[in-house]
Design a protein around this ligand. Structure first.
Ligand code: ADP
Length: 394
């Protein structure tokens, strides 16, 4: 069984092809195009690449195409992407303007180019379906809540991967199995050992921090939209809701302009005035740029605030995990986030930390009660596994 997972950006198409014929499943192919102007051509080129590499004879060799869909009104989990689900995604375009529209367009093109091949989406909100309601509600009037204004949570595929993989690495196959089966049984798979408490830090172009107990999320830093939580690359992160009406009245700007600035001119870019990329910000900070240094400090302070929140809610933590572009590659930020936490049992090994880049590793010192791990995320694999499970459902 071959499952293609397609990652759709507004001008990019990336994919991974998995083969589930044997266990464990195998990654057969990965690739992608940037600066795509003709999406339909990009999809056909992708299929042609898979053919010329000998992985498929035609599109009908694909058991399904899976998508890491973001959010839809009234829909979560892993579902067939029929017109009713696309309409539900469209209804929440306003919450994910950078993500939902390209996904909807791309999915429609895939269905034209691959008629008969099932298209399924694993929504990023899925991992938070079982989180306690107290952690997912805002104190808004009921009619706001009825419009869907609550915390939803994102990066679900990544945090689910970390929940599974960290449990395996910590010698807890029971928790890994519970995490793997979460969308099938809602957490009914029993755990045989003591509670396993993980805080996973997905730090990248966009960042979120999630607390998990026995493989299931208890809450996450992103709320209603992926614009919230930690400062994002150029998106604002957490902001007092009264800032928006205040800004509009002070400047006479339109709502669209305020939204554009919060999406494109905020976050690390807005703070640093340099770039939305950590590499450039770090270089500028090292050269003495005070704003760049401040952007790094705000990012670290925000990460620590969320880690602290889950440390308290979980009544301790067994492992603190770093993943995604920044989490996997930027030792100096991991060190800043873990600084002075020895009283909480969190002690980094500076040499192991400095030596670790984009690879699975334990970077805590031998005396650290809490394991500190780097685990490269694999969101596409989570999507492919859930798609397979959904296809095989009776
Ligand atoms: P996205 O959320 O767009 O997938 P990534 O997870 O790739 O983004 O994270 C992008 C961020 O991670 C950037 O700020 C970049 O500086 C940092 N980053 C990514 N790859 C590397 C690397 N190889 N070395 C250092 N920093 C990196």
């Amino acid at each position: 069984m071959k499952i293609l997972v397609a990652n759709l950006g507004s001008t990019s198409l990336k994919w991974r092809l998995f083969d589930f014929s044997n266990s464990p499943e195998r990654l057969l192919h990965k690739g992608g195009y940037e600066r795509v102007s003709d999406y339909s051509k990009a999809i056909r080129d992708c299929l042609a690449e898979l053919q010329s590499a000998g992985h498929i004879h035609s599109g009908s060799d694909l058991a399904a195409v899976g998508f890491k869909t973001v959010i839809a009104q009234g829909v979560s989990g892993c579902v067939r992407l029929d017109e009713s689900v696309l309409a539900a995604m469209e209804a929440f375009n306003g919450l994910a303007p950078a993500h939902n529209p390209p996904y909807i367009t791309g999915i429609r093109l895939f269905s034209q180019i691959l008629p008969g091949v099932p298209l399924l989406g694993l929504f990023e909100t899925a991992f938070y379906q079982f989180a306690p309601e107290a952690n997912m509600r805002y104190a808004v009037p009921e009619n706001w809540y009825q419009l869907g204004i609550r915390r939803w949570g994102f990066h679900g595929a990544s945090h689910k991967f970390i929940a599974e993989r960290s449990a395996e690495l910590l010698g807890r196959p029971d928790v890994a199995e519970r995490a793997r089966r979460l969308y099938v049984d809602g957490g009914a798979t029993p755990v045989s050992g003591p509670p396993l408490r993980i805080i996973s830090c997905h730090l990248g172009g966009s960042s979120s921090i999630t607390g998990t107990l026995n493989g299931a999320a208890i809450g996450t830093s992103m709320g209603l939209t992926p614009q919230s939580g930690l400062p994002q690359n150029n998106r604002v992160g957490d902001l007092d809701s009264f800032a928006v009406p205040y800004f509009l009245r002070q400047t006479g700007a339109t709502i669209d302009e305020a939204e554009r600035q919060l999406c494109k001119e905020g976050g690390l870019k807005g703070l640093s005035g340099v770039s939305n990329d950590m590499r450039d910000i770090q270089t500028a900070a090292d050269q003495g740029n005070a704003k760049a240094k401040l952007a790094l400090d705000v990012f670290v302070a925000s990460a620590r605030q969320w880690i602290g929140s889950y440390l308290l809610q979980l009544n301790s933590v067994d492992a603190l995990v770093f993943t995604a572009g920044i989490g996997e590659n930027r030792a100096e930020l991991r060190a800043a986030i873990c600084a002075s936490l020895d009283q909480l049992g969190i002690i980094l090994d500076p040499d192991k930390n400095a030596a670790t880049r984009a690879t699975e590793a334990v970077i805590s010192s031998a005396s650290s009660r809490v394991k500190i791990l780097v685990i490269p995320t694999n969101e596409e694999l989570v999507v492919a596994r859930e798609v397979k499970r959904q296809l095989e459902r009776p």
